[in-house]
Design a protein around this ligand. Structure first.
Ligand code: SF4
Length: 397
């Protein structure tokens, strides 16, 4: 029942990110970024630190003023989108590399500039309790506000807009394309959507008018105010909880744990559908204590019914020297999370399907069957287990 409909050549995209049985999420992302989007990556990695750009005047066509920032003396600005709150001088860029201060006005360089685009199964996000078997028109841009050493999408996330071949897509064009391909939702993904906030928000607003849902696939760093502004047109959020401790965030992601925790609590508090992904990296995040800390925290912050996906690490980018996560480790994490009290725990990026099924916590029977990204069975009636009538949390219609 799950399906993947790729975009046609006349939509300037090539096939390649289609879900194949047994295909890992990593393989699909790779296809999507390098083939499905049909976009060439043109320049070598340039880094994403604060950037001195020199004196520049005028505003290039297509730049879009950022909605959340503060003007400071001396034509400086302070960005209000993510936890970094970058203070940016004239001619400089913020840490995400895709916003620039031009004469005291702060601009996004990636509004309407799509660097990756595809029709994906919603299960690929991964969202397992949100409209199973439907598809999401998924897109991203250049730039990111974290610099994870294991990034799977570094070809666009760790590059400046000028270094990535992007194509122009307005919110209207994306919503129209989503309807054309019978998508139930739009997904803001591939790079961190926080860094293309205005483009995401405007697309989500339009998507709502078109009868489409919106899904944010995030590292959990959007600040409170923009999140509250986005919330009315947001339907589901997947947040990466990369570790139970701040050390890993600092050392391997150039990030901080606390804003992520705040986001998870905020999304849960707003009543948006929330699922959490934990990437299990051998020797870095797979320790029993770390897993216990993450599970206990999630349980207390967002409750036992928040789905938690343990995802398999593959050697990538700057962590090529670490081997892929053994399945036994993932199975142990699954067991630990279940024992901690979480009701819906999954294992992803693996061929084994044992821990990809949704089982009713009441009677233990499978209520949603999955094979790869394909839905094989749904035994729910009005959001309840067909066998014992236990409510199963999620967005089912
Ligand atoms: S969105 Fe970019 S510019 Fe704004 S605070 Fe975050 S990293 Fe800095």
């Amino acid at each position: 029942m799950a399906f993947s409909r790729n975009l046609t050549a006349d939509e300037t995209l090539q096939p390649g990110a289609q879900g194949r049985p047994g295909m890992t999420r990593r393989e699909m992302l790779r296809d999507c970024l390098l083939a499905g989007a049909g976009l060439a990556i043109e320049a070598s990695l340039g880094g994403c630190g604060a950037r001195q750009r020199g004196r520049k005047t005028g505003v290039p066509r297509g730049w879009h003023e950022v909605s959340h920032y503060e003007k400071l003396p001396g034509n400086r600005v302070r960005c209000g989108i993510c936890w970094r709150a970058c203070e940016v001088g004239p001619g400089e860029r913020g840490q995400c590399g895709n916003k620039e201060n031009r004469d005291g006005v702060y601009y996004s360089l990636v509004y309407g500039k799509v660097a990756a685009l595809n029709v994906d199964p919603i299960e690929k996000k991964p969202l397992f309790h949100f409209l199973p078997g439907t598809s999401a028109l998924s897109f991203g841009t250049a730039g990111c506000n974290m610099h994870c050493r294991n990034c799977q999408n570094w070809e666009i996330s760790q590059r400046q807009p000028e270094q990535v071949h992007s194509l122009p897509y307005s919110p209207e064009a994306l919503a129209t394309l989503a309807r054309k391909h019978s998508c139930a939702s739009l997904a803001y993904t591939y790079n961190e959507p926080t860094v293309f906030y205005d483009f995401m928000r405007d697309t989500a607003r339009l998507a709502r008018e078109y009868g489409l849902r919106s899904v944010m696939v995030s590292n959990g760093t959007l600040r409170r105010q923009p999140m509250l502004e986005l919330a009315p047109v947001l339907d589901a959020v997947k947040v990466d909880l990369k570790s139970g401790t701040n050390d890993f965030y600092k050392q391997y992601c150039d990030g901080v744990l606390s804003p992520v925790q705040e986001t998870i609590k905020r999304v849960h508090g707003l009543g948006k559908w929330l699922e959490v992904v934990f990437l299990v990296i051998p020797g870095l995040t797979d320790g029993r204590d770390n897993i216990a800390q993450a599970c206990d925290w999630l349980l207390s912050a967002a409750g036992a019914d928040t789905p938690l996906h343990f995802s398999r690490f593959h050697p990538e980018y700057r962590l090529k020297d670490i081997p892929a996560t053994p399945y036994e480790t993932l199975a142990r994490c699954h067991e630990q999370a279940r024992q901690a009290g979480l009701n819906y725990v999954y294992v992803g990026n693996v061929a084994e399907e044992e821990h990809q099924q949704t089982r009713c916590p009441g009677c233990g029977r499978t209520v949603i069957g999955r094979s790869g990204f394909e839905i094989t069975a749904i035994h729910l009636d009005d959001g309840r287990c067909r066998y014992c009538h236990q409510p199963i949390p999620g967005v089912w219609a």
